[in-house]
Write a protein that binds this ligand. Sequence first.
Ligand code: 15L
Length: 277
Amino acid sequence: MKTILITGAAGDVGTHLRRELAAKYNIRASDLRSLKKIAKETYVRADVSKMADALRITKGVDAIVHLGGYSVEGPWEGILNANIIGCYNMFEAARRNGVKRIIFPTSNHAVGFYRRDETIDHRVYIKPDGRYGVSKVFGEALGSVYADKYGMQFLMIRIGNVNPAPIDKRRLSIWISPRDIAQLVTIGIEHPQIKFEIVYGISANKRAWYDNSNAFRLGYKPQDDSEKYATEVLARERPGGDPIAEKYQGGVFCAAEEVPNPAPLPKKKSRAARKRK
Ligand code: 15L
């Protein structure tokens, strides 16, 4: 059985993936936060913004799903440490430890400034919608270098929104179910011919803004479609949202400087508080 490292494993997406993939792989689950174990898995605490931690957790694994980092728009310092430095450390640590396969969940926010009346595929020019989107573009670019220069293999999944069900009108277009994201990640781990590929992490949504033909070419057969939830979701929708958020695929990320983090990282203790302990 292959050993797979999942960083950011305590977050929502990490928790769904650990549950979906537990029977198939030995999971090494890593996070800054403590984590409730699901079935048989190993937990390693790590801060990927530190190279020593990245080197320690990537030793001896067959593939890495690098979810760890800031998952929404937020302050530059947080994004710089967690997503830019953290991503560099993980790819570089993987290279030094001889781990070839990386699945990088990038984001719809790498291309969030495309309009909602456009259909885009994996070849469009990047249009990030903020600092968070830029950090995802950084990961895509760095992966491309590590693929071409060092022969590593990357599946870049521009994830929409992972949830058991779509939560609003925008998410009807970008939703992906836990079992569909698990299928894409499995393709990323197992497909024999991946060098560097970009796909969209969405289910077979009737309202999709993405042409996901690259994922289908790699064998992706999504099981779910958000349309099943459309009536219920649209009935909850309130008219008159922010016109910029309504116009672009990235939604509120295109208009706001900070978006609430669904899974905030623990606050670092001040030196005084540490001394008091
Ligand atoms: C993302 O990239 C975030 O990680 C996730 O928390 C959602 O906000 C999602 O995008 C979205 O656009 O809904």
